[in-house]
Design a binder for this molecule. Structure first.
Ligand code: NAD
Ligand code: UDP
Length: 388
């Protein structure tokens, strides 16, 4: 067989293999991005993380990409090797962060240090060494919608001007300081402003990504199986855990908050486009989400219950959900984003990309994975707790 034709980017240029320093490569998003880069491209990855469990399958020797991925177990808080890894790279992607809401109000110091202080040297090394940076921020920098301050039932709540989140127009609206939920959003906002200012004043080549509830296999952990029993992961893992245990799904404040969910594989496609189209991605802030997949958390719970019963063959419980207060579930200082619909104009125009997967389809493949990976272990851990 002849050589494969070279891959071209959106402007018809040949894509050259890059060396990518990926910080937080062992996490949910990192693991999917590493897979994509190993399976479908010629790029190399210096994978930096404290944990490698989610990418161990890529690190086994003897695979056709084995010479293109290297794991560096290090904590970026206190490891001088980081600068050396940044220096030898063509591109840095920083995913490392504390990013589970249960931590924002209970561990606000760790949250602020992780999302701002620890991210700062990465930005500085990139600026000093003229290395391009793709920094992962969050949709949470928008905070609450303008419409959330209107009285219930007000007609303007239906007007997109009062809820649509636009990168270059929408203000960032957070709660008061005692609502420590916003420690995360605030730290992410400040690091975004710093990255942006490094671009404006010092010519740093950067892109900022604001993920809107990316979900899929390998997200977070199941408490008591592959994570601490008393920790609270993000909603997908919480509800999966409830479903596998056969207990009602807990709806915080009645589950009235709204979210848009995007399948991780759709989202990873556009990250690859950013990597390979620097002239289109540099200097931009990108919302990345699926505006068509909006549900209330209550609707999400109902959908997940239906889909889980279908994939597991389990009978649908009489009472699928139970209401809890934010105080009971997360403790003092919790608050919430009311609604998150990404405006997609910029990402569509710059990177010619749109999400594809419906909420039903992404739930079906994700819950099939959750069931196959965890259901037995959850049952075992439950029988252990009953015996003790
Ligand atoms: P994740 O927790 O699965 O991944 C983060 C990874 O960073 C983990 O593997 C963790 O071990 C690593 N890490 C954290 N601190 C580190 C340190 N000091 N040194 C080395 N490694 C460290 O989370 P994720 O969902 O993959 O999110 C990745 C990024 O995307 C985060 O910055 C997060 O704020 C952002 N984000 C994600 C979503 C989403 O929908 N998944 C939404 C908004 C923002
Ligand atoms: N939530 C819930 N029950 C749970 C876990 C989360 O009702 O068991 C709610 C949470 O209050 C929030 C939404 O689900 O309104 C999404 O939470 P997640 O932790 O996934 O992150 P967020 O989108 O808030 O960043």
């Amino acid at each position: 067989a002849g050589m494969a034709a070279p891959r071209l980017n959106l402007d018809g240029e040949v894509i050259k293999p890059l060396k990518i320093c990926m910080i937080g490569a062992g996490g949910f998003i990192g693991s999917h991005l590493c897979e994509k880069l190993m399976f479908e491209t010629d790029h190399s990855v210096l994978a930096v993380d404290i944990y490698s469990d989610k990418i161990n399958h890529l690190l086994q020797p003897g695979q056709k990409w084995s010479d293109r991925i290297e794991f560096h177990k290090l904590n970026i808080k206190n490891d001088s090797r980081l600068e050396g890894l940044v220096k030898v790279s063509d591109l840095v992607i920083n995913l490392a962060a504390i990013c589970t809401p249960a931590d924002y109000n209970t561990r606000p110091l760790d949250t602020i240090y992780s999302n701002f202080v620890d991210a700062l040297p990465v930005v500085q090394y990139c600026r000093e060494n003229k290395i391009r940076l793709i920094h992962f921020s969050t949709c949470e920098v928008y905070g609450k919608t303008i419409g959330s301050f209107l009285p219930p039932g007000h007609p303007l709540k239906q007007d997109p001007a009062f809820y649509m989140l636009k990168e270059d127009e929408t203000p960032c609206i957070f709660g008061s300081i005692d609502k420590q939920r916003w420690s995360y959003a605030c730290a992410k906002q400040l690091i975004e402003r710093l990255v942006y200012a490094e671009g404006a004043e010092n010519g740093l080549e950067f892109s900022i990504v604001r993920p809107f509830n990316w979900i899929g296999p390998r997200m977070d952990f199941i408490p008591g199986v592959d994570g601490p029993q008393d920790s609270v992961p993000r909603v997908l893992a919480c509800f999966s855990n409830n479903l596998m245990k056969g207990e009602p799904l807990k709806l915080v404040e009645g589950g009235k908050s709204q979210r848009t969910f995007i399948y991780i594989k759709d989202a990873i496609d556009v990250v690859q486009r950013m990597i390979e189209n620097p002239s289109r991605a540099n200097g931009q802030i990108f919302n990345v989400g699926n505006p068509y997949n909006e549900v209330t958390v209550r609707e999400l719970a109902e959908l997940m219950t239906d889909v889980y019963c279908k994939v597991s063959g389990q009978k649908r419980p009489e009472q699928a959900t139970i209401d809890v207060t934010g105080m009971e579930f997360y403790g003092p200082g919790y608050d919430d984003s009311d609604k998150r619909i990404p405006d997609m104009t910029i990402v569509k125009k710059q990177l010619e990309w749109e999400p594809k997967t419906s909420l039903y389809d992404l739930m079906e493949s994700t819950l099939t994975y959750q069931h196959a990976t965890y259901a037995e272990a959850v049952k075992r851990s439950m029988s252990k707790t009953t015996v003790n």
